[in-house]
Design a binder for this molecule. Structure first.
Ligand code: ZN
Length: 328
């Protein structure tokens, strides 16, 4: 009885310490839980992805694309009129992958023109197409990186496959460009993954560049909403940019000064949105609704093609995919 009493007294003596330890542990757990449920988890994950993907992409490689600068010299390459034959040749290598990747594959460009874009578009738009006219324009300012050029061309050729890449479905009341751009951006990721898996080294670079850029946009959007854009700029400056990129980025920051809301909107709609609502779900097993109707041997089969992300998953590897999906 006496021993029991002395044990109880010891326990009471240590009670405050015990309460403190339990309190700290509970606080840590609650903090971890709040972190896990907040944007901070995604910011941390996407920061890591952006840096790893940037490493895997490697340095940009400039490319010389011979092209004529006057109307008299337009070449016919296969069935495409162009002033830059190399781009037409690339197009005929890219489009067949649309068939294996379920984004169409029946539609080839009628015209591909490599030319300077005018006004502000010269700096911010790498390419465009009018979908239905199948005319693809590529901005000649962006020849400083062959992988970037492949991404642009693939992106524009996917727009031309119609479906959700060109027109939103009936009854959709949002912004057309947000709809078609997020579908096209997402499909471009998987098509370049497929091309890489088939042995095209430029496509491998292109894939990792896109993953790095989308993850960066996700971080930029979230830090922007938290009024921490300076932290994003600091991170980019320290880890990702060489000197020329730095000077350019600094120039673009001045260009956007006073239009911060507009920039934030662009980053959210064209980067964060496709990354979170389409690319990430795709990598974690969902299928992208392309809106493109399937044809087989010249006949309309009738059902809408869904695009699985098997090649992107293979690029991430089993462990990478598992880690990525568990933190979603
Ligand atoms: Zn586009």
């Amino acid at each position: 009885m006496k021993r029991l009493l002395s044990k109880a007294l010891v326990a009471v003596k240590h009670l405050p310490a015990l309460i403190i330890v339990l309190g700290v542990a509970a606080g840590l757990l609650l903090g971890l839980r709040a972190f896990w449920l907040s944007d901070a988890r995604i910011v941390l994950r996407d920061t890591a992805i952006a840096m790893i993907a940037d490493r895997l992409a490697g340095e940009g490689v400039p490319i010389d694309v011979p092209h004529s600068t006057n109307d008299d010299q337009i070449f016919l390459v296969y069935n495409t009129f162009t002033n830059a034959p190399l781009l037409a040749e690339w197009a005929y290598q890219i489009v067949p992958f649309f068939a294996t990747e379920h984004v169409g594959g029946r539609i080839y460009p009628e015209v591909i023109i490599l030319a300077p874009f005018v006004m502000e578009r010269s700096f911010v738009v790498a390419g465009n197409t009018d979908c239905e006219g199948r005319r693809v324009n590529v901005n000649d300012r962006f020849l400083d990186d062959q992988a970037d050029l492949l991404t642009t061309l693939t992106h524009e050729l996917i727009h031309d496959q119609m479906g959700n890449f060109c027109t939103p479905p009936d009854g959709y009341s949002g912004d057309r460009s947000v709809w078609v751009e997020s579908h096209t951006t997402t499909a471009t990721v998987e098509v370049t993954a497929a091309m890489c898996r088939y042995g095209n080294q430029i496509a491998c670079q292109s894939f990792w560049q896109q993953i790095s850029q989308l993850a960066r946009r996700s971080v930029q959007a979230k830090l922007g909403r938290a009024h921490l854009s300076w932290l994003y700029q600091f991170w980019m400056g320290v880890t990702m940019r060489d000197h020329l990129e730095d000077v350019r980025a600094e120039k673009m920051v001045r260009f956007w000064a006073g239009n911060q809301d507009e920039l934030q909107g662009i980053v959210e709609r064209y980067g964060e949105l496709p990354w979170e609502t389409m690319v990430s779900p795709g990598i974690c097993g969902e299928v992208l609704n392309t809106g493109v109707i399937q044809w087989s041997r010249g006949f309309l089969v009738g059902h809408i093609l869904g695009m699985p992300f098997d090649d992107s998953r293979a690029m991430f590897g089993r462990l990478g995919t598992a880690l990525f999906c568990v933190t979603r």
